[in-house]
Design a protein around this ligand. Structure first.
Ligand SMILES: Cc1cc2nc3c(=O)[nH]c(=O)nc-3n(C[C@H](O)[C@H](O)[C@H](O)COP(=O)(O)OP(=O)(O)OC[C@H]3O[C@@H](n4cnc5c(N)ncnc54)[C@H](O)[C@@H]3O)c2cc1C
Length: 403
């Protein structure tokens, strides 16, 4: 029997780990390296759309993913100026389109941990504290130079999936440009213990448009399962990081969203720079980019990681066809064209539009956008079309069409 081809995954974030699980199941000899010494638990993605739940189910993680998260069937748009609910969208309308007509909010580090457990079960070589610094390749091998606790080491593989995040050393080493822009403001994420549904009926996923300051609000289970809320706000452009992360600014932001008579119970504060960038290609030779190494976007709409998981499944599917079943290597270029095209059309366009909708300062334009949301939510055919796009089901369906 011929030896299984070796697939090296660079990056132990959720995209790298999902890639590794899918690749081990497909029959590759998998090795995964992660620069840090443990999984990153800082608050980032949680919103997981129906199209992505189908993939999580395909790799056998769905039951645990739901058990450790929260099901959010509906999401809401609110007008901050008047504190009124503008529209509610219910994923149940997608019941004939997907087996999972709901969103699940599970923190991304939990997905990484449950994937890691699967990798241990499969005996996959997972190495923490190993940082890729450069990459070279010839027609049949890839060599990845890495720094380890024991000194430099060169790793050798048939194929590589580079899932090493937005600052990807692999992408840079391959000389792939990452065009786009960085927003002048940053986003501040405040994690609170106060129950915002009990306080004012907010859905587990709520978006707030306003002239002064937009906001997003989400409920997640937390590691203890007791539930906590994350509120996301833009900073002022001129605000320093220290100001944005100060207790007084955090408390003021939360009270502008909903004034409480007692202080909010803030348990975590974090600040992120936000970008819209896409790699010029998602593949060079034997290396495929997936996740944030290939594309980054603002988090409004919860699309970045979802699309990254779609990349992971697509990359492993494509490599399985070429490397395990001997199909046409031109499929590797299709991977790049398909993922890039779909990212621009479904992730970059939607996240920029989502941000514009929430921050619109002109009253007439904001009201016009609220009217569109109201009439869309009230019309079943339009609501379904809206949700097919926002939950990336359209992206999956269109994938088969991209030449
Ligand atoms: C506030 C916020 C909220 C978000 N909410 C959502 C959401 O609700 N839904 C959604 O879909 N997306 C969301 N996102 C986006 C999501 O967090 C990212 O898209 C996701 O983390 C990408 O996963 P990844 O595995 O590609 O990259 P990362 O999570 O960045 O993981 C990359 C990994 O590679 C490792 N690494 C880096 N360099 C090297 C190297 N040279 N060698 C080895 N290892 C290396 C890193 O240590 C890291 O562990 C949000 C982002 C933010 C900031």
């Amino acid at each position: 029997m011929s030896k299984a081809p070796k697939l090296l995954i660079v990056g132990g974030g959720p995209v790298g780990i999902v890639s590794a699980v899918a690749a081990a199941q497909a029959g590759f000899a998998v090795e995964l390296i992660e620069a840090a010494n443990e999984i990153d638990t800082r608050p980032r993605a949680s919103t997981t759309h129906p199209s992505t739940l189908e993939m999580i189910d395909r790799i056998g993680l769905f039951d645990r993913f739901v058990a450790e998260g929260l099901v959010a069937r509906e999401f809401q748009f609110w007008d901050r100026e008047t504190s009124t609910l503008v529209a509610t969208f219910d994923h149940e309308i997608l019941r004939n389109d997907t087996r999972f007509p709901f969103v699940v909010q599970t923190e991304q580090h939990k997905l990484a941990r449950m994937g890691l457990d699967k990798l241990r079960e499969y005996g996959v070589n997972v190495r923490f504290g190993v940082r890729a610094v450069a990459c070279r390749q010839n027609t049949d091998r890839v060599l990845v130079d890495a720094e380890t606790g024991e000194g430099p080491e060169t790793l050798n593989a048939d194929w590589v999936i580079a899932a090493d995040g937005g600052r990807s050393a692999m992408r840079k080493s391959l000389g792939i440009s990452f065009d786009g822009y960085t927003w002048p403001e940053r986003f501040v994420v405040l994690t609170i213990l106060d129950d915002m549904h009990a306080i004012n009926g907010y859905a587990f996923r709520s978006y707030f448009a306003g002239t002064g300051e937009w906001a997003n609000l989400f409920k997640v289970a937390g590691d203890d399962g007791k539930g906590r809320w994350r509120a996301v706000f833009p900073t002022a452009v001129e605000e320093t990081d220290e100001e944005a992360l100060s207790d007084s600014a955090a408390m003021a932001r939360l009270n502008r969203l909903y004034p409480l008579e007692r202080p909010y119970q803030i348990v975590h504060k974090n600040l992120y720079a936000v970008h819209q960038r896409v790699a010029e290609t998602f593949r060079i030779g034997r290396v495929l980019l997936a996740g944030d190494s290939a594309h980054v976007n603002n988090p409004i709409g919860g699309l970045g990681l979802n699309f990254g998981i779609h990349d992971a499944m697509d990359a492993v599917g494509t490599l399985s066809a070429v490397a395990l079943r001997g199909e046409d290597p031109a499929m590797l270029d299709h991977y790049s064209r398909r993922r890039r095209f779909l990212n621009v059309k479904f992730v970059q366009e939607q996240t920029v539009a989502n941000k514009k909708r929430l921050e619109e300062k002109d009253t007439a334009s904001r009201q016009a956008s609220f009217d569109i949301l109201r009439t869309t939510a009230a019309d079943p055919a339009r609501a379904r079309a809206f949700l097919l796009r926002s939950s990336l089901i359209d992206s999956v369906r269109e994938a088969a069409e991209v030449a």
